[in-house]
Design a protein around this ligand. Structure first.
Ligand SMILES: *Cc1c(COP(=O)(O)O)cnc(C)c1O
Length: 414
């Protein structure tokens, strides 16, 4: 049985139509005619559910949004032009000058520089913690903290958060927990664990074949009774709660971020993303099995492997108990030096050397000379970037072919 069996039926049925065009219809129009002025007024005040203008929502992207919201048990989703676009939308729709972010685990390089370099220019500051620093995380939360941001698995440090424990901290104080679930769609369910908002780069395993840059934010419903968004901390959201009730976070994201910053998805990109999504449960199942087999066998062959399936990993127990459906496509190899890492990557016949992850093909990249080249030594150490570190994203190839290729590449590069 496929580990993601519950989605195999759901996705193919949701993507394809039973009548007329089976493959999703690509609506490529930037704007839409309203027919008459009364309808135009209704579209703008929200009483008529028809497309307004593609920056505010596109029908093809709308289909993708519904599937992703359903996948994670959210009330709705908003598609974005990229994963960074999704992170920007989710955060900017809640933040104002003077606010603070507490960032836990990870962290994807783009998100790190967004938090540490770009947002401070607008008066928004961030503090960064390891997944196991629970007391320090609690202490770092102040009256100005708006977002606790968490990556579901450290990329590339492979450290795993106790998501439930971190959600309990956020919920006890009443602050938003936002989870970047890019590496672990289907296998990790942040909303079920107590998170409020999920961000995805759909560029990665969701599309899965480098055909489309995209992202999405999935939101939970606002609760009828008590809800952290009804507190003074989130006063800017209150008008949306008044008008839209449980859908408030969608309206807030669209008006406070999408309309004014324009990180909107396009219909063709969303179409390609849906084609990928259709096979996501099959690919995810295959890759999780492959990663576990490859990590174990390479470890036995003497490679320095970082993946929590290995009993020597500090979060091995957490992997077994809380990540029973895997933690995505990644593991790392420490080759000891930049020279050895370059030689290994150049000798491999199978690895595509690129910054992407979650592709059908096995991808590899030397970290310190590429994504993390602009970071100083202390930040690299915090993020676990050593001189010889290679990140591998396992693809759909036969796992034995990957193991054989890696052994060959190491032996021939010595
Ligand atoms: C790639 C990635 C992003 C950014 O996504 P883009 O689509 O490249 O903008 C964000 N978070 C994680 C974990 C990623 O891997």
């Amino acid at each position: 049985m496929n580990r993601f069996e519950e989605y195999t039926t759901q996705f193919v049925q949701q993507v394809g139509k039973k009548e007329g065009a089976i493959s999703p219809v690509i609506v490529n129009s930037a704007s839409f005619g309203y027919g008459d002025s009364e309808t135009g007024e209704g579209i703008f005040d929200g009483s008529v559910k028809k497309p307004l203008y593609s920056r505010m929502g596109n029908p093809t992207s709308g289909q993708l949004e519904q599937i992703l919201a359903h996948m994670d048990g959210g009330i709705g989703a908003v598609a974005a032009s990229s994963g960074m676009g999704a992170t920007a939308m989710a955060t900017l729709s809640l933040l104002k000058s003077g606010d603070e972010i507490v960032s836990v685990g990870g962290l994807f390089g783009g998100t790190y520089s967004y938090f540490s370099e770009t947002l401070p220019r607008f008066g928004i500051t961030s503090r960064f913690f390891d997944v196991d620093e629970l007391d320090a995380i609690k202490e770092a939360i102040t009256d100005k903290t708006k977002i606790l941001f968490l990556e579901s698995v450290g990329n590339p440090n492979m450290r795993l958060p106790d998501i439930k424990a971190i959600a309990d901290i956020a919920n006890a104080v009443g602050i938003v927990l936002m989870v970047d679930n890019t590496c672990t769609p289907l296998s990790v369910k942040p909303l079920e664990l107590g998170a409020d908002i999920i961000v995805y780069s759909t560029t990665k395993i969701i599309t899965g074949n480098a055909s489309s840059l995209g992202g999405a934010v999935v939101f939970r419903a606002i609760n009828e009774g008590n809800d952290k968004f009804k507190s003074e901390r989130y006063a800017e959201v209150h008008p949306f709660i008044k008008k839209m009730g449980k859908m408030a976070l969608i309206g807030n994201a669209k008006k406070r971020a999408l309309r004014d910053f324009g990180m909107s998805a396009n219909g063709f990109g969303s179409y390609l993303t849906m084609l990928g999504l259709e096979t996501l449960p099959l690919r995810m199942d295959r890759v999780v099995s492959s990663v576990e087999k490859i990590a174990k066998e390479l470890d036995a062959l003497g490679f320095v492997i970082n993946h929590p399936v290995l009993p020597s990993h500090p979060h091995h127990e957490r992997y077994v108990n809380q990540f029973s459906q895997g933690c995505g496509t990644l593991f790392t190899i420490d080759m000891g030096s930049k020279e050895a890492a370059f030689a290994f990557l150049n000798a491999s016949k199978l690895i595509t050397i690129t910054a992407n992850i979650g592709d059908s093909r096995t991808l590899g990249l030397h970290m310190a000379s590429t994504i993390y080249r602009d970071f100083d030594e202390s930040v690299r150490e915090f993020l676990g970037i050593t001189a010889g570190l290679i990140r591998i994203s396992v693809g759909l190839e036969n796992p034995d072919d990957i193991i054989n290729d890696f052994s060959m590449a190491r032996n021939s590069s010595f």
